[in-house]
Ligand binder design. Structure first.
Ligand code: HMG
Ligand code: MG
Length: 301
């Protein structure tokens, strides 16, 4: 009924740190990514090549890529919105994978990337084609799959259309983003059912922000449906700069604790993730958001 193993995609260094009001020092970013690799995360999203005027927090992504210690078998993708971002990624140190992002909401698309959904898909088709020509793997994101901060309810058919478009252009996986964390389990199920009619469930990932505390419940529901890739953020860092009030992703510590308890293999060392979360939280001057990290009190599991 549940998958035997789950691949966790750690998005904290990108989705988390992009939303900080201050700029996190380069050394702290590198130390965080190194600690996450050391904790056994097989994918760690490093940063993004977006406009530094829009998201100044990610402006040093090329330097981060240069300094991190890469682990054998670990993937270090970066987010890319357009050809300019792709060219920057190709010029950077050892980028082997990018992630492109579109939205299921017109209003959010305009706020986040300054164009319509259709324009963004045309743009991303070019990006994906060129990236693949250069031998890069491409992952796709759909935002606002369970609701939009500007439009409210989003029809599941529109989520399915955008996911299908990303799949058709050659994304090896499509990550379904509840950007503002408003989803509840049965809505998450209905959304994944609609998408899975167009994109096989084996190529779908769950990306649930935890604004309303629903992310674990939603995850459990979609695991039952065969989703086996989960995006999460150490210490629950994050949000989206263009989705006001949205908090971080499902915390990696919480995901790993639940999956461990269910006997589902992740390859992630809970003690080490908690330690990485404690360090970055101290750097940011706050307690980890993760309930599990707090319960374990920095002692690990
Ligand atoms: P624009 O202003 O429409 O772009 O922004 P433009 O093409 O008109 O160019 C304007 C200026 O930006 C020019 O510079 C370009 O060179 C520069 P100027 O001539 O004025 O000096 N520019 C760039 N610079 C660096 N890198 C680039 C780049 N592109 C243009 N790649 C753009 C359009 C897409 C660039 C902008 O809207 C942008 O950067 N948006 C990114 C927003 C973002 O990063 N959001 C957060 C990530 S998405 C997310 O968090 C959701 C996710 O987690 C899933 C979920 O939770 O739902 C993935
Ligand atoms: Mg996100």
């Amino acid at each position: 009924m549940f998958p035997e193993s789950v691949r966790i995609v750690e998005v904290g260094p990108r989705d988390g740190l992009q939303n900080e009001t201050g700029i996190v020092p380069l050394a702290a970013k590198v130390a965080l990514i190194d600690a996450l690799s050391e904790a056994g995360l097989s994918t760690v999203e490093v940063g993004s090549f977006v406009s530094p005027k829009w998201v100044p927090q990610m402006a040093d992504t090329d330097e981060v890529l240069h300094r991190i210690i890469r682990h054998q078998g670990t993937r270090y993708p970066v987010l890319v919105p357009n050809l300019k971002g792709l060219d920057a990624a190709l010029a950077a140190t050892r980028v082997e994978e990018i992630a492109v992002f579109a939205a299921a909401s017109e209003a959010f698309s305009r706020k986040n990337i300054n164009c319509s959904i259709a324009e963004s898909l045309d743009r991303l088709a070019e990006v994906t084609e060129k990236a693949k020509d250069h031998g890069l793997a491409v992952r796709g994101y759909v935002s606002c799959v369970l609701g939009c901060p500007y439009e409210g309810e989003i029809p599941v058919a529109r989520v399915a259309e955008v996911a299908e478009a990303l799949d058709a252009m050659g994304c090896y996986e499509v990550s379904l983003g509840d950007t503002i964390g408003v989803g509840t389990p049965l809505k998450a199920r209905a959304m994944v059912e609609a998408v899975a009619e167009r994109v096989p469930v084996e190529r779908l990932a769950a990306h649930f922000h935890d604004t309303y505390g629903m992310a674990l419940a939603n995850l459990l529901e979609v695991l039952r449906m065969g989703v086996s890739v989960v995006d999460s953020s150490v210490s629950g860092l994050g949000g989206c700069p263009y989705a006001k009030g949205a908090t971080g992703n499902l915390a990696t510590e919480d995901a790993v604790y639940m999956l461990n308890g269910m006997g589902i293999h992740t390859g992630v060392d809970l003690d080490k993730v908690c330690a990485a979360g404690a360090v970055i939280s101290a750097t940011l001057g706050r307690e980890p958001t993760s309930r599990v990290a707090r319960a374990l009190g920095g002692k690990g599991g």
